[in-house]
Write a protein that binds this ligand. Structure first.
Ligand SMILES: [Zn+2]
Length: 95
């Protein structure tokens, strides 16, 4: 017996954000519109502002935002942490 999955597509904002959920399931997953339809502003929209690479190909699970890879966000956070570590551990004065 083959079981075909039926997906339900929902877009609360007219196509910019699209959610897909399996028929009968309540959990929905955000997906991206087909990339062939993206150009100009939309391409810019889907570009990571840290590494300047496209986020179009990246799964939502690996994105912190539409313009930010999760990996880049974590790296940026680490950098920030290191920057704030430049303090004297004894007197808390900046070095
Ligand atoms: Zn990135």
């Amino acid at each position: 017996m083959s079981k075909e999955t039926t997906y339900i597509y929902e877009s609360p904002d007219g196509g910019r954000t699209i959610y897909r959920r399996e028929f009968g399931e309540s959990e929905r997953k955000q997906i991206k519109p087909h990339r062939d339809r993206w150009h100009g502003e939309e391409k810019k929209y889907w570009t990571c502002h840290i590494c300047k690479k496209s986020t179009m190909e990246t799964e939502y699970d690996y994105l912190a935002a539409h313009n930010l890879h999760l990996e880049c966000a974590l790296k940026a956070e680490l950098k920030e942490m290191k920057a704030t570590e430049k303090k004297c551990p004894y007197c808390e004065a900046g070095l």
